[in-house]
Ligand binder design. Structure first.
Ligand code: LLP
Length: 419
């Protein structure tokens, strides 16, 4: 979700809130991620408001954007967090998040990660296999703790999204098969250091229709009723994340429609609802700012070679994902059809195909909708330092992560002795 006035043109210059993006480039250089504090705040508050009348917890999916400043902003707004590693737990704690509002998802939790989460006193482990349950019970027993647990069930619904980000079908590695869930709950109920708190599911990401969420919820509720019959009381249902955003012309369900539909399905049951939205809270609150280094006109294509690359924003290369690209200062000249590419030595290194733009070398471009799974998936491929991150608040710009320098990239390396 983006507030209507997050990105606007004033004096023919693209602004984020009240700051012109060319000024951000002057101050912090490019490539650079730029986020709007008000868009982040509005998105969280809008999501939360939909559930104002029911017991709920919104756990921001840290993987979508783990910046400390963003986690801290959400923590101050009352968010919990969905984590998938010990590293993300450490980030949440460093950002001032409350471990008692943390859910821990993921198919491969290590013993160390379980210990750290038990020590921190998290809200719930979203357990994804029978073996994980056994390990968690052992570790909690060793520590003299009781682990709060939900089982992530795989409701076998089609999220109708990109296959790489669909997780609720039965051939995925995630969760336990729906048919096995009751048995595993019964096993869990016999484990002395496990306390059953909830049922969890997450069916995929960038979902733009309500129906897959509703189908999954139906299946989860049927399981909750079966559990009730065998005397297992469920206190919360975690419905995961996955609400899509508009990158070009998608029409994802708005938060209010999503919240009303979910609450209607829950009916009068006294069960807390937990959500794990990532992209929907941050995706359209940030852009990747980049500069055109070279223009290259060949017989068949025009290339704009920019200073951001697939290492900064993987989504186009990895999923063939579309991100709108805007000139920061549009030129009133004839456009050409461009391939917007980075300097990395791979043909898959593109940020956009087939874009009609009027460009000159040195121009700035904003790669839109880059707040989710942008910086969080950045790498150092081609020994490229990762970009800076800036948060804009009204007229103010705050550097929230400084640009890496090349020396950082090999600081932990060494050569063989005597070589
Ligand atoms: N909860 C769990 C257990 C997840 O695995 C995910 C995302 C979320 C919540 C948050 O989903 P969201 O609300 O952001 O859709 N890199 C891909 C997206 C991968 C999503 C992985 N899991 C992309 O750039 O599209």
């Amino acid at each position: 979700m983006t507030t209507a006035n997050t990105f606007t043109f004033k004096n023919n210059t693209l602004h984020i809130e009240n700051v012109a993006l060319d000024k951000v480039a002057e101050a912090f250089d490019t490539p650079c991620y730029v986020y709007s504090k008000s868009a982040l705040t509005d998105a969280f508050e809008a999501f939360n408001a939909g559930f104002a009348n029911s017991q709920h917890l919104v756990c921001f999916a840290v993987k979508s954007n783990p910046s400390l400043a963003i986690l801290n902003l959400f923590a101050r707004l009352g968010a919990g967090f969905d984590i998938v590693s010990g590293g993300e737990l450490a980030r949440v704690i460093a950002a001032g998040g409350d471990p008692a509002k943390v859910v821990f998802s993921g198919v491969g939790k290590t013993a160390d990660e379980m210990r750290a989460a038990l020590e921190a006193g998290i809200f719930c482990f979203n357990v994804e296999s029978a073996s994980e349950l056994v390990r968690l019970n052992d570790i909690a027993g060793y520590m003299g703790k009781i682990a709060p647990v939900s089982l992530r069930v795989n409701p076998n619904v089609d999220a109708k999204t990109h296959p790489y980000i669909s997780t609720g079908l039965k051939n995925n590695k995630f969760g336990v098969a729906y048919e096995d869930a009751l048995d595993i709950y019964l096993q869990a109920a016999t484990m002395p250091n496990i306390s059953i708190h909830g049922v969890d599911c997450h069916i995929g990401s960038q979902i733009t229709e309500l129906s897959p969420f509703l189908d999954a919820f139906d299946r989860v509720l049927a399981l909750v009723d079966k559990l009730d019959e065998v005397g297992i009381d469920i206190q919360h249902i975690d419905l995961g994340g996955g609400i899509g955003i508009c990158y070009s012309d998608e029409t994802p369900p708005d938060f209010f429609a999503y919240a009303s539909a979910m609450q209607e399905k829950l009916g009068t049951r006294k069960i807390k609802l937990v959500f794990e939205p990532g992209r929907a809270l941050v995706g359209n609150a940030g852009i990747l700012l980049t500069k055109v280094e070279y223009l290259k006109h060949t017989e068949s294509k025009n290339f704009a070679i920019v200073d951001a690359a697939m290492n900064d924003l993987m989504r186009p290369a990895l999923y063939d994902a579309y991100h709108a690209i805007e000139a920061v200062k549009p030129r009133d000249e004839a456009t050409r059809n461009y391939e917007i590419v980075g300097p990395v030595c791979e043909s898959g290194d593109f940020l956009g195909h087939d874009r009609d733009l009027a460009l000159a070398e040195g121009d700035l471009l904003a790669v839109m909708s880059a707040g989710a799974y942008g910086m969080s998936m950045a790498s150092n491929y081609n020994t490229r330092p990762r970009a800076a991150e800036v948060m804009v608040d009204g007229e103010q710009c705050h550097l929230i992560r400084k640009r890496e320098i090349v020396a950082d990239l090999f600081a932990g390396e060494s050569v063989l002795p005597g070589a």
